[in-house]
Design a protein around this ligand. Sequence first.
Ligand code: PMP
Length: 442
Amino acid sequence: LPLMKSSNSLSFSLQAKMSRPVQARRLEGTDKNIWVEFVKLAATYSKVNLGQGFPDFPPPDFLKEAFVRALSGENHMLHQYTRAFGHPPLVKILAQFFGKLLGRDLDPMTNVMVTVGAYQALFCCFQAFIDEGDEVIIIEPFFDCYEPMTKMAGGTPVFVPLRPKAPKDGKLMSSEDWQLDPAELASKFNERTKVIVLNSPNNPLGKVFSRGELELLADLCVKHDVLCISDEVYEWLVYDGKEHIRIASLPGMWDRTVTIGSAGKTFSATGWKVGWTVGPNRLLQHLRNMHQNSVYHCATIAQEAVAQGFQRELELYGKADSYFVQLPKELQQKRDWLVQSLDSVGMKPIVPEGTYFLVADISKFKSDVPDVPDSDEPYDSRFAKWMVKNKGLAAIPLSAFYSGPHKSNYNHFIRFCFAKEEATLKAANDILQKWKQEKTSP
Ligand code: PMP
């Protein structure tokens, strides 16, 4: 018993010591996370999950086989740490591959750095470049983590929207119909602007920025001496013969751009968490600093396998057998299938030019999910929650990709992921068709 007493008083004194705030100020206002919330809802209720962005089909055999070879081959050093800034075979092949795409000689050791997915690449960039008081231009709708990452680094996000224009009569809207207003964009640049974040192809809309749009951005970056974080994780997922243009290849942009990629998206293996940055040493040296003081090493075996995947793709570049040719071909079919399915039930799709996401208009379904006046939660968020709970179909509300004050302007759309097996897309179609029937039958 005396022992009990002393342990009680010990826990009391420990508690008393923790009475001051434990949370660092930089975390204020960044605790809500759409993925944590909606991944849990999907796990609990969904029969068909078209929410979070990951394929439900396997990565290509050549990649899986490379992983198995790395895992059980003779070179047992692949189970140990490798070079901190990237496993040498991976940075070498990435330098070769992206050197070819960008039309310049890249040094594997200074122009490439491997990260734990594109997420860590983004985090390193925000931490390495943004100071207290710096402004960061973010194009809305945006991959949601850009905003908290800016704030955590002490920066101020400045949002500029893609503005939708009505499609031509009878045509479905396309992600191409969402455009920047050049004057509005230019008005966001000033002497405090440090960085602009570009995401093309864009998650969630699937917009592929045209050369003209990228030139406009590039001119402003050069004029105002602004850096560009270019998130290009969906670089291979471009449809209808569209071209993905790398902003780093435009005049004046190499020296001020970090290009970010992801093996998760490139090889349909999101769980491997292998990402990379490509850029000039004057920028990458600071990313290496961030990386060496936080993560330091990334998983060796996954890097070895991704290196072999790129080796194969370099040999097959542009050929019919290349995964980078085959995957978009397959995904374009899936996109067309989902477009048709949504259109047939009146959930008007915005046809994406790229990525594996599709945004659809839920206006016609509003009568099923009553509006709650004066609610803090955007309508599309309540709709998506209702849909997964009542119909078993998971999607993500578009307002999640907007900053606070702008959420209410875009609250009647939801985002679907179509990187799914045919059976999954068919099951989603069954749910939608049944729902439509219930709506029309008396
Ligand atoms: N950027 C964008 C635009 C994304 O959609 C994602 C993943 N959803 C990431 C970065 C993160 O990629 P990774 O899984 O490689 O960390």
